[in-house]
Design a protein around this ligand. Structure first.
Ligand code: ADP
Ligand code: MG
Length: 295
């Protein structure tokens, strides 16, 4: 199974949402990491054929997905961003909604929804609102989409409490065998333990594709730690502060160095985390305050 993106571009007027993206996905869990506005949802909508590329092509097993639209969409599961915004949906409405996103006709959607409700043992709850379901049931519902081989999850953990986040993470890991799972997030901990590859997307460009361990080792001798109780401003010339923490009575500052040869006095190198990697590549990004909810 191979999902390929070749020279994929998407522009909205002047905005380049996705810039000549080339990527090959075989079964595994891919963490698509990037700040708001990086183009994560755009990439996912292109794969799900909800929007058309400005240029480029998506291939599944060597064939243009547009040539085999229905067959491809049958094998694909998609959880859109902000689906937690629809807690008022009933189970059935949610399945209809997702089906219509996939471009299914009404009759087909109804049939498929019934089938899925049976398979996920949610048939008795079909008229219940999503928010009244238990966490486990909600997740069954989420994965109810035809047992797809390709699963596209757009910020699935947004709005979940830590316990549910964990459950979802485990579920994804458990479910991932022989599947292509692409999971977008801007939260490192969602993926650092489960992703086989991390894709860093910055301003529409794919800047890194590597296993988590490779990404962190690339920052070796770029991160240091220092016991520091003076004004933080004094550390500014050395690099960017990644985090500040307390150990007993001492305050420690974690610093991503501008120049590995120039450490603050008394600082020592530490092993980088994926959090450091994120800050290293994205710290200069401004959070985009507005988002497009349109599909
Ligand atoms: P992410 O999911 O990483 O937050 P998006 O793919 O939603 O990023 O957005 C990428 C860029 O494309 C942003 O600059 C965003 O404002 C822009 N964009 C996304 N959707 C639309 C749209 N429907 N119309 C205009 N601009 C859009
Ligand atoms: Mg998004």
């Amino acid at each position: 199974m191979l999902l390929e993106m070749k020279n994929l571009c998407k522009t909205y007027g002047e905005t380049i949402a996705l810039d000549r993206l080339n990527l090959q996905l075989t079964p595994g869990i891919y963490g698509l990491l990037g700040p708001n506005g990086a183009g994560k949802s755009t990439l996912m909508k292109l794969i799900c054929m909800l929007i058309q590329p400005t240029d480029g092509i998506v291939l599944f097993d060597g064939e243009d997905i547009r040539m085999h639209r229905n067959n491809f969409l049958d094998r694909l599961g998609y959880m859109p961003q902000h689906s937690c915004l629809y807690p008022d949906f009933t189970v059935q409405e949610y399945l209809y909604y997702v089906g219509s996103l996939k471009g299914m006709h009404k009759k087909e959607v109804a049939l498929r929804a019934e089938e899925l409700l049976l398979r996920t043992r949610l048939i008795a709850m079909k008229k219940d609102k999503i928010q009244t379901l238990s966490g486990g049931m909600q997740q069954r519902l989420m994965f109810a989409q035809a047992d797809p081989e390709i699963l596209i999850l757009d910020e699935p953990t947004a709005g979940l409490d830590p316990q549910k986040r964990l459950e979802l993470r485990n579920l994804i890991a458990e479910y991932s065998k022989d599947k292509i799972i692409l999971l977008a997030t801007h939260i490192v901990s969602d993926i650092e333990l489960i992703a086989s590859q991390i894709l860093l997307l910055k301003k529409g460009k794919l800047i890194k594709v590597d296993p988590p361990g490779a990404l962190t080792s690339q920052l070796t001798s770029k991160v240091c730690e220092i016991n520091f109780s003076r004004p933080l401003k004094e550390l500014e010339p050395y690099g960017r502060i990644s985090s500040i923490y307390r150990r007993k009575e001492d305050i420690f500052v974690r610093l991503i160095l501008n120049d590995p040869a120039i450490l603050p006095p008394q600082a020592s190198f530490v092993y980088p985390t994926l959090e450091d990697v994120y800050l290293y590549y994205f710290n200069d990004e401004e959070e985009v305050s507005h988002e497009h909810f349109s599909l």
